[in-house]
Every structure is written in structure tokens, then in C-alpha cells.
Design a protein around this ligand. Structure first.
Ligand code: SF4
Length: 700
């Protein structure tokens, strides 16, 4: 190593459960090397291919480096440079003006998600700022809320689950709605280790033959949105054949007799086969192996939640480990997220008490409706976007774009790159990369708390989210003590909850990554005690009954499905799924030439029979459409979907797509059964040939 080189540890900021530790080499103030941390227990020395060349991104000449104001029509992306002083002054003036108007401060809407996952840069001073102002609150439900609520009804507060590091101990590993090999690659490597060392079987349950399904020992392929029915069919076989863990059911669950009666009566394998498209023999064999090959782990992920019945689907699958007693084993049970094990002091960090009582909550999946004035409350007159690219990632895209083009809407976008959303901004603020700011990181895929130092100076005039909200708060005349420095915020976030007791900023600065205080080995429900009202796993839930849900697991069909909506399916017969593309993370990286080259053109994977029926060949350009909108893609006959199903993996940027729209031109903004979640996959479409990608294509 050169004499002036130092090595620091940063943390991957992306919305990914692996939360990798990155070893960065700094020379003469510049980051010159980056690799996975070999000493981190989950990263184990490798980064995924998305992040392996993160330094290209940090030093990209496409970075936004100065504040700008719009000089052309909204959507064109024409801007001129301004000073921070002018940018902050303009924003503060417009916010004050809207807040003082008859519409009041609720006419201001923040919009963010987890483009950056850290506690400080994703959810601290931003929340305080908008709460203090009295702005509308944003319900951040685009990803995980449906399943989170469903899981919590069953397993309890904190959404606890199996120890991911113990996956290598398992005999049967089930990826349910999870493309683990691409979206949770460090867990996948442990699954592969279990296969090599213990002869474990890896099963993937997915309507799509994803890269994970491809590399699994067994692919079970239900029709989209029917996961709950499949799980109920598995339980039928398990109870019918006496494969349930009676001792565990008796001491650790509530409602086992009622669940047993329901599945035996209502979900025999032949009925389940009719709903799911999975044959009876597969249902029988899967149930037997799941019950008898222990420890078994079900990795539940987000795919199955993108349906109207997504919450109930997760709740239903979450019953299985209790029925078969897999929670008894270290590594066994279910794993949805580890985020609930972190006792960060979210209240202190975000100060919801600053928000006036009765402030409206806007569901982020309904941004289009909010901008169109279709939701209760005042019109949205000012929008502040950070850590997200809603013009590309939000559902019901035509409505979102129509709203973003409103001349009377004042839009601020804080970003690293000139995204589709930036093109609609009145004021653009340049954002720091993860190497240029401090942060505190939890994870939703492991149990380490991590520190991300500022390793290089911010490029150009870039500023972090926290810095900008401090500066805006000063302009607005808010109390300075509410907007302290990052160090104070980290100390507040660490609080003194049990899993973080003894974890201090000083220790984090010295050690980088510290395991939470959890028992060793960590098998959260081996003792049969659950953090639910009854203290047991709630197969029958009084709370659900009170909240208006079926208290027992059940199957809720998708809102758009040939079985439940034959009328709609007669016009739009194809069920379209839009999972992430391995080269991108949501829309992050979709502007990077290297990542785009790896991703190739937008594709729609179809069954051969569906392509033949429409006269389209492999590689041909087609239009995928429904009443909400359309996008263009190349047909890919990969054999990865059953007839009647198609997959368009994303998320491409609109302005870099042929036809200047992506898959979200077709996706709905309807909400899931629980948690106000997104229903991207309840999406019936039709597909027709077109002769070429079109004049706007920059990819063809
Ligand atoms: S696996 Fe996830 S956390 Fe790790 S580098 Fe890739 S995106 Fe980041």
C-alpha cells in the first residue's frame, strides 16, 4: 500500500438486506479501491456485482454537483446553476408561502424511500423538519408494509425471525417469493454452503423461474398471487397425514384446532392445484419434505406481497414453521426481516410528536392520486423528493407524471443523478454519496449495527440530507436544538434498548460493525414464547378479527387475475410481474452505462404459446399495455414463465427507455389488504407486436 494510503470501512447504502461492509482505500483524499470486507460476518469478503464498481458511481461525470433551478418546461430537464443560498432561500420562501395560505402546511408533501438506508440520512432530520412544519406525512408502504403487518399478526411485535447466519445449518431451505441469489446474495451463499456441507435441498417457490429458481434443486411454480392457497394446501397435507408438531402446536400456538379444521375442509390438494396451478403430487411431496426435513427455513420475501392479498399471504406462510415445529431449531423457522431486532430509538430520532394531531397521512403508492387532488385534505402544492425516484418507480405512472408536470406544483428533488424525477424539479439539490457523509446503519438481513464514516470530501457542492434539513430549518426559523449535528443524532438513535445496550458511537468508530446483543445461539422461538398478545404464535388472531380480517389464514385472490376477473382478462389476459433486474436496484444504476450494458434492453419474458398466439418471435419489440398505459420491450422466450404470465424485470428509467416509459406505466396504485402496501403484480396486460422500438429508443 502506498504511504499516503489509508483503509476505511464504509457500509453499502442500498435498499438490500445484506448491508455489506465495504473496505475502501483512500489515497490523497480520493477513494481508489473498494472491496467486500473479509472480516464482516455476513459480507465475508464479497460485494455483489451492482456495487462492486461503486467508485465509478461516486466519481461519475453524470453526478449532480451544484444546486440548479429549472429553465425549461417540466419534464425536459433543463436547468441553470444557482447557489445554495438561492436554492435554500427559494425553498424556504415557497414553503412559508404555502404554509401560510388557506391550504396550510399540509399542502406540502415529503416523498422519500430508502435510496439510502442509513438512520441519519434516511429518517432523522427530514422527519423532524416536516413534522415541525406540519406538512402532510408520507406512509412509506411501497415495499414491505403488507407482509410486515401480516407477519406481525402471526409471530408478533418486532417481526423477529431466524438467524440468517445459521442458514448453513439447515436441511431444507425455501425461498418463497424471493430471488435470493440476486437480492440477498450473502444469504444465498450460506444456502449453497448448506447444500454442499449438509446435503441441504434448496427449494424456490416463485411464479417466475428466476435466477434463484434456476439454481435451486426444486422449483415450485404457482400462479401469481396464489401463495397463500399453496401454503394452506401444504398445511392440509401436513395435518391430514399427522406430520404436524403436536407438542409445539399445543404449547406455542393459539388456534391450531381451528386452523386444522379450515385447511382440512377448505384446502384439499385438488382444489389448491386448481387455484395455484401446482399439481397435486408436488403439493403432497413439498408438504412432506417441509415437515420432515429439519431444520427447515422459509425465506419469505417481497414478491408475494405485491398483490392485494399480500399481507394475508405472508401471515399464512408464517404459520407453517409453528405447524411443523421448525422454530425449535437454530436456523429453522421463517425469515422475513431482521430489522425488528434493532432497538434504535426511532421516536427520538424522528420526533413524531412535533407533527400536529390529525395531520393527514398520504400513502406513497397513491402519489398520482395525491398530486391530482383526489385524496382527502388540501391539494398538494409543494413536493420535496429525496432518496427516491417516483417518476420511474411509483405505480400508475401516467398519473404520477401528469401530477409532476403541474405548473402550480413546486417540486424540490435532492439527488445524486439526473433521474426522471429530477427532470420535473423546480429546484435540484446535489446529494452526497455514501463515502461523503456519516451514517448509522442497521440491516434487515443480518444482526450487525454498523458505522459509516465520511471517507472523502463531498464532490462539488454536494450536501447530505441531514445537512440540507439543518440548513432549511435555520431558514425557516425552527428551533436549532431540534436539528443537531450527526454525532448527536447517532447517540440519540442508539438509545438504550436491550439489543443495542453497550453499543456507543465510540465503539462503532473503532470497530465499524458490532453484533446486536442477542442470545447465542439465536433461535428466537425455540422456547415457544412469541411477542404477541397471547404470548404464542397466533394461528387464530383475535386482533385480526377486531381489525376486520379473517382471524384464520385464508386465500385472498389478486385484484387482477383471470380467475377472479375474467371480464378484465378477456381484454388483458396476461398477468405481468415486474421484479427487480439483477443489474439494477429499483431504478438505481439504470443510468450507469456498465449496468445498462449488463441489463440489456427492457424485456418481457413470455411463454412460447403466448408469443406464438400474438405472432411475436424471440427478440422482437412489442408493446405491453393495459388501460393504465404502455411500455415497450423485447420479447424473451426464456421458458421462465407459464402461459398466461409474463415478466418485465426493471426498473429502467423512462427517459432511457424506448417509448419513454417503463413497466410502471401499466402497474396499479390499488392497495394491499394490510399495511397499505403496493400491488404492482396485480397487473393484467395485453401484448402486441410493433415493428421497432420507436424513435425515442436510446437502447435499440
Ligand atoms: S449485496 Fe446488497 S448490501 Fe451488499 S453490496 Fe450488493 S447491494 Fe450492497
Amino acid at each position: 500500500m502506498a504511504e499516503d494510503s489509508t483503509v476505511v470501512k464504509n457500509v453499502c447504502p442500498l435498499d438490500c438486506p445484506d448491508t455489506c461492509s465495504m473496505v475502501v482505500t483512500i489515497r490523497s483524499g480520493a477513494a481508489v479501491g473498494l472491496k467486500g470486507d473479509p472480516d464482516h460476518p455476513f459480507t465475508r469478503g464479497f460485494l455483489c456485482r451492482k456495487m462492486a464498481r461503486y467508485l465509478d458511481r461516486v466519481y461519475s461525470d453524470r453526478r449532480l454537483l451544484n444546486p440548479m433551478k429549472r429553465v425549461g418546461p417540466k419534464g425536459e430537464g433543463r436547468f441553470e446553476r444557482i447557489t445554495w443560498d438561492e436554492a435554500l432561500g427559494t425553498i424556504a420562501e415557497r414553503f412559508r408561502e404555502v404554509a401560510a395560505s388557506p391550504d396550510g402546511p399540509q399542502a406540502i408533501l415529503p416523498y422519500s424511500y430508502y435510496g439510502t438506508m442509513g438512520k441519519i440520512q434516511a429518517s432523522s432530520l427530514d422527519r423532524r423538519f416536516f413534522h415541525r412544519m406540519g406538512a402532510s406525512q408520507l406512509d412509506r408502504t411501497i415495499c414491505a408494509s403488507a407482509g410486515g403487518v401480516g407477519y406481525e399478526y402471526t409471530v408478533g411485535r418486532g417481526r423477529l425471525g431466524a438467524d440468517p447466519l445459521a442458514a448453513a445449518r439447515c436441511k431444507l431451505l425455501v425461498n418463497w417469493g424471493s430471488n435470493t441469489a440476486n437480492t440477498n446474495s450473502h444469504l444465498w451463499s450460506l444456502m449453497v454452503e448448506a447444500r454442499k456441507r449438509r446435503g441441504a435441498t434448496i427449494v424456490t417457490v416463485d411464479p417466475y423461474r428466476s435466477p434463484t429458481a434456476e439454481r435451486s434443486d426444486w422449483h415450485v411454480q404457482p400462479r401469481p398471487g396464489t401463495d397463500a392457497a399453496l401454503a394452506l394446501g401444504l398445511m392440509h397435507v401436513i395435518f391430514r397425514d399427522g406430520l404436524e408438531d403436536r407438542d409445539y402446536l399445543e404449547r406455542a400456538t393459539v388456534g391450531a384446532p381451528r386452523l386444522r379444521a379450515r385447511v382440512l375442509e377448505e384446502y384439499p390438494p385438488d382444489r389448491v392445484a386448481g387455484i395455484t396451478g401446482v399439481d397435486v403430487a408436488t403439493i403432497e411431496a413439498f408438504a412432506r419434505r417441509l415437515a420432515t426435513e429439519q431444520p427447515s427455513l422459509i425465506r419469505l420475501n417481497y414478491g408475494m406481497q405485491r398483490h392485494h392479498g399480500g399481507g394475508m399471504a405472508v401471515r399464512t406462510i408464517a404459520c407453517l414453521p409453528a405447524v411443523i415445529g421448525s422454530w425449535r431449531h437454530h436456523g429453522g423457522g421463517a425469515l422475513l426481516t431482521t430489522s425488528g431486532t434493532y432497538d434504535f430509538d426511532a421516536f427520538r430520532l424522528t420526533r413524531p410528536d412535533l407533527s400536529p394531531p390529525g395531520t393527514r397521512l398520504v400513502n406513497m403508492n397513491q402519489l398520482g392520486e395525491a398530486l391530482a387532488g383526489e385524496l382527502p385534505g388540501p391539494p398538494v402544492r409543494a413536493l420535496y423528493v429525496y432518496n427516491s425516484n417516483p417518476a420511474a418507480v411509483a405505480p400508475n405512472q401516467a398519473k404520477v407524471l401528469q401530477g409532476l408536470r403541474r405548473d402550480d406544483l413546486f417540486t424540490v428533488v435532492h439527488e445524486l443523478f439526473p433521474t426522471d424525477t429530477v427532470d420535473h424539479a423546480d429546484v435540484v439539490l446535489p446529494a452526497t454519496s455514501q463515502l461523503e457523509h456519516v451514517d448509522l446503519m442497521g440491516s434487515y438481513g443480518h444482526h450487525e449495527v454498523m458505522y459509516n464514516p465520511r471517507s472523502i470530501e463531498p464532490r462539488g457542492e454536494c450536501r447530505s440530507n441531514a445537512d440540507v434539513f439543518r440548513a432549511l430549518a435555520a431558514r425557516m426559523g425552527f428551533e436549532p436544538e431540534l436539528f443537531p449535528d450527526d454525532e448527536t443524532l447517532i447517540r440519540e438513535a442508539l438509545g438504550d434498548g436491550p439489543s443495542l445496550r453497550g453499543v456507543t458511537l465510540e465503539r462503532l468508530e473503532a470497530e465499524g460493525s458490532i453484533r446486536l446483543n442477542l442470545p447465542e445461539p439465536y433461535a428466537p422461538f425455540a422456547d415457544g414464547v412469541f411477542p404477541t398478545p397471547s404470548g404464542k404464535c397466533e394461528l387464530y388472531s383475535e386482533r385480526m378479527a377486531r381489525d376486520g380480517f379473517d382471524p384464520l389464514p385464508t386465500y385472498i385472490p389478486p385484484l387482477e387475475d383471470p380467475q377472479s376477473r375474467p371480464d378484465l382478462a378477456s381484454r388483458y389476459p396476461i398477468q405481468l410481474l415486474s421484479p427487480p433486474r439483477p443489474s439494477f436496484l429499483n431504478s438505481t444504476f439504470a443510468d450507469s452505462p456498465r449496468h445498462r450494458e449488463a441489463a440489456g434492453d427492457p424485456t418481457v419474458e413470455m411463454a412460447d404459446a403466448d408469443a406464438r398466439a400474438r405472432g411475436v418471435a424471440d427478440g422482437a419489440w412489442v408493446e405491453v399495455f393495459n388501460a393504465r398505459g404502455s411500455f415497450r420491450a423485447r420479447v424473451a422466450l426464456t421458458g421462465a414463465v407459464r402461459p398466461g404470465v409474463a415478466v418485465a424485470a426493471g426498473i429502467y428509467w423512462n427517459k432511457l427507455s424506448p417509448g419513454r416509459s417503463n413497466v410502471n406505466a401499466t402497474t396499479p396504485s390499488a392497495l394491499s389488504d394490510m399495511g397499505g402496501g403496493a400491488t404492482f403484480f396485480d397487473n393484467l396486460v395485453e401484448i402486441r407486436p410493433i415493428t421497432e422500438a420507436g424513435p425515442d429508443s436510446s437502447l435499440s
